[in-house]
Design a protein around this ligand. Structure first.
Ligand code: IMP
Length: 386
């Protein structure tokens, strides 16, 4: 298993390798794979920007046939947030006062901005968000903070950027006065990387993928669920997928089957429980607009998603799932695969089985294996992988 880190920065790679060495057999900088593509950071938050970078590189690798099935593409985004400046420079830290402006000038300006601030009013922190984009479509985030006060004057020779002006009261030093080892032990990036390490170890353990082993008979799923959406009457892909996947216990279709429900149930076979949800193109249909389904230990809200504005973001859908006591929210409509835990809710979209709109345009669906303990294991799948 490889971790490809989206950076050119050699110092970052040293820290990343030191912390993640036990998680992956190879930890590679994207430049070592000859990738000089730089996704544009148009996000409004650190998390959005780190995700844009990780997903951008993953899509680039996919499009250039460089992506291996168990690759994890990782990226980070960090910056300094100054309370007195309402969180600025924040995501603009590198660009603050211009990309080429020296940090002597940037630091002097921040100190000047805070000339009337005293004590806690000078609070500031570095933030780092790390995003891991799995080749199979899953996305994970980990965040770390490094808190201090803006110093009244810069001090220290170590580090880089804004380190000379982040004063750490408990050390009586600025971040630039710490040795690199001291800083890594408490820094935002170190914390985020260690959190990510824990997260990955858990996910890989659950996947059984860390050892690359086949599931032992006792680990065979107790129940298998296939989730698909937006087939829009192009049913040959549905048929092909069901033939490849073989036996499933439950089929969930999240809308816009456009009258093919009978045919799809037939393809699924006898004894398969099929749940069809109303999509925005299922005119004159009596299908339910949404449905709450118990799956293992969990409860899922099934919806097409257009009532929740999922084309913009999934926040309304997450609110609704929480209000209904659901810890899973499934939707379709966007034709783009999505799988993420947001505020404790696993939010997923299998993408479209017939008219995919994500960058690589591969028809997609999702498999959920329910184990004997009622825990769920998600696998984003693509038609051309079978
Ligand atoms: P990046 O996302 O790691 O490239 O960081 C963006 C910008 O945030 C950098 O160019 C710095 O201005 C600032 N920054 C991030 N981390 C640190 C740090 O540890 N020390 C000082 N400045 C930092």
């Amino acid at each position: 298993m490889r971790i490809i880190f989206a950076t050119h920065n050699k110092n970052k790679m040293i820290e990343v390798r030191a912390i993640l060495k036990d998680v992956a057999s190879e930890i590679i900088a994207k430049s070592e794979l000859g990738i000089d593509f730089e996704p544009v950071e148009t996000g409004k938050t650190f998390a959005q920007n780190s995700e844009l970078k990780a997903v951008g590189i993953r899509n680039y690798m996919q499009a250039h046939d460089m992506l291996q099935d168990d690759d994890i593409i990782m990226s980070d985004d960090s910056g300094l947030c100054v309370n007195y400046m309402l969180g600025l420079p924040g995501i603009y830290s590198a660009r603050y006062l211009g990309e080429d402006t020296s940090y002597d000038i940037k630091n002097a300006r921040i100190i000047h901005e805070l000339r009337h601030a005293e004590g806690e009013e000078r609070a500031a922190h570095f933030t780092c968000d790390i995003c891991a984009a799995f080749a199979d479509g899953r996305i994970f985030h980990a965040e770390g903070l490094f808190e201090g006060l803006i110093a009244k004057e810069p001090s220290g020779e170590h580090g880089f950027g804004y380190d000379p002006i982040l004063y750490l009261p408990e050390y009586g030093k600025t971040s630039a006065e710490l040795s690199p080892e001291e800083k890594n032990a408490i820094s935002h990036r170190g914390k985020a990387l260690r959190k990510m390490k824990e997260l990955l170890e858990k996910v890989l353990r659950e996947d059984g993928a860390s050892a690359g082993k086949e599931a032992a008979p006792s680990e065979q799923p107790f129940q298998r669920i296939i989730v698909m959406s937006d087939s829009h009457q192009r049913d040959e892909n549905v048929k092909a997928v069901l033939q490849k996947v073989g036996m499933v216990d439950i089929l969930i279709h999240l809308g816009d089957a456009e009258g093919s429900e009978g045919r799809i149930s037939q393809y699924a076979g006898d004894g398969v429980h099929c749940y069809f949800i109303l999509g925005n193109n299922d005119f004159f249909s009596k299908l339910p607009k949404e449905y709450e389904l118990k799956i293992g230990k969990h409860k899922a809200l099934l919806t097409h998603g257009h009532y929740y504005g999922v084309s913009m973001d999934v926040e309304n859908l997450v609110d609704e799932a929480i209000a209904r006591g659901c810890d899973i929210a499934m939707y379709g409509h966007t034709h783009k695969p999505f799988l993420r835990v947001i505020r404790g809710v696993t939010v997923l979209n299998p993408g479209s089985i017939s008219f995919p709109r994500q960058v690589d345009h591969r028809p997609s669906y999702l498999i959920i294996d329910v184990d004997a303990e009622g825990e769920l294991h998600y696998k984003q799948q693509y038609l051309d992988r079978y």
